[in-house]
Design a protein around this ligand. Structure first.
Ligand code: PLP
Length: 399
């Protein structure tokens, strides 16, 4: 059975960077739970996070129970019972369309937490400015359902609205945010200048903890927004908190040749345990875990003493190429073709790098494949098993 192995020290390294941005810019940096919701790590993150960004009631409850701090909720649409509960403890609720806002306006405005200012209400807007290249992750594609375009706001009754929210980036740098903000400013600047707008949420997709991210440019922009528009500024990255903090370890269950290909079947599934490999799609970095040293310098996110990590190459680059596949029925449930210096054997351990974000939150029990355990590597080098999964987790899921 596979194992997600998360490094607390690596999480703290990212958290310190995000906290530093927050301190220097005056912006609040939230953790987007949709990317990373491993609550056992929250005590380590809590000192650094201003709170959480939630996609609805369940994530908001998780935030309140395990993180505390500010809870910003945005959902494309709210159900009545969900909204009633959120009104009791969320700090921002953002609406995706004018009909949603009009439908819930009077319920919200009548709530004492809204009247006291403890809970503020906002609109997600769509600046219709794409900087990404993957339509699946671009909320500004033509026909997008996410956010209100500028022309719809002309003449709309916005009394009761005190915040604006946009989320348009995905794994992007400070310049893309600056360009997006300038496009936003042109269309929504006069609204942002009105005194009843008190917060601006710049969404997620900021790769702030990547080594080449221009943090000085980000901080300058955040300060400018605060000083010019007198609003509280929020960022809600997910990936930036958890990037390069975890790996998925797996064992080879079978090796065979068929129709001219060498196949290795692993004990984890792309579809069930790391669906972004198929959805995004992307090719993970893979290492063979060996006891013999290796000269190559690439290093996975989490290392254990006594182990050496031999990077896999592209197909044909090293002597032995395999198609790495899952133990499921889905024909396309493969990680790709990878090559190794030595032949793979049943029982060999492989490491799939950078598997903390958008993996554990998306796993399923598809095909009844056993779910990988989750283990935390503590800063003192000890391992703490956070969660194991059994047949009961599978059998309880669907009735
Ligand atoms: C509204 C919103 N906020 C924040 C995020 C987090 O983005 P990321 O994990 O790319 O930083 C997302 C991701 O889809 C989102 O949709």
């Amino acid at each position: 059975m596979g194992q997600f192995l998360i490094s607390q020290a690596a999480l703290e390294r990212n958290a310190r960077i995000l906290h530093d941005v927050s301190e220097r810019s005056g912006a609040s940096v939230l953790l987007a739970l949709k990317a990373f919701a491993c609550t056992a790590t929250f005590p380590a993150l809590r000192p650094y996070a201003a709170g959480c960004c939630a996609s609805g009631l369940y994530e908001a409850r998780l935030a309140a129970q395990h993180m505390g701090g500010h809870i910003a909720v945005y959902s494309p649409a709210y159900r009545e019972a969900e909204l009633a509960e959120l009104l009791e403890f969320a700090h921002h609720i953002d609406f995706n369309s004018l009909p949603q806002w009009q439908r819930w306006r009077s319920t919200c405005m009548a709530h004492p937490r809204v009247q006291s200012g403890e809970l503020q209400l906002g609109l997600r807007i769509n600046p219709c400015f794409s900087t990404g290249h993957t339509p699946l992750y671009d909320p500004c594609i033509p026909g997008s359902r996410l956010g209100i375009p500028a022309e719809q706001l002309e003449g709309a009754d916005l009394s009761g609205i005190s915040g604006l929210h946009f989320h348009t980036l995905c794994e992007q740098g400070a310049q893309e945010l600056i360009d997006t903000f300038r496009a936003f400013e042109k269309q929504f600047g006069s609204l942002l200048s009105t005194p009843h707008i008190r917060y601006l949420n710049l969404g997620g997709g900021h790769w702030i903890t990547k080594p080449n991210y221009d943090r000085a440019a980000l901080i300058a922009l955040l300060r400018e927004i605060r000083e010019l528009y007198h609003v509280q500024v929020f960022l809600e990255p997910g990936e930036a908190w958890a990037i390069h903090t975890g790996v998925l370890r797996t064992r080879v269950l079978d090796v065979f040749e068929s129709l001219g290909y060498h196949h290795a079947i692993l004990d984890v599934s792309a579809s069930a345990h790391m669906p972004d490999v198929l959805e995004m799609p992307y090719r993970p970095d893979i290492f063979a875990i060996r006891s013999t040293p290796c000269e190559e310098s690439a290093s996975p996110a989490v290392r254990l003493p006594g182990e050496h990590y031999h990077p896999a190459g592209k197909a044909g680059e090293k002597a032995y190429t395999y198609r790495l596949g899952a133990p499921t029925c889905l024909a396309g449930d493969v990680l790709g073709d990878f090559s190794f210096d030595t032949p793979l054997q049943v029982g060999d351990e492989l490491l799939l790098d950078d598997m903390s974000h958008y993996t554990m939150v998306k796993t399923t029990h598809f095909n009844g494949v056993p779910h990988p355990d989750i283990t935390l590597l503590l800063p003192d080098g000890s391992l703490r098993r956070i969660r194991t999964f059994s047949y009961t987790d599978f059998s309880n899921r669907l009735g």
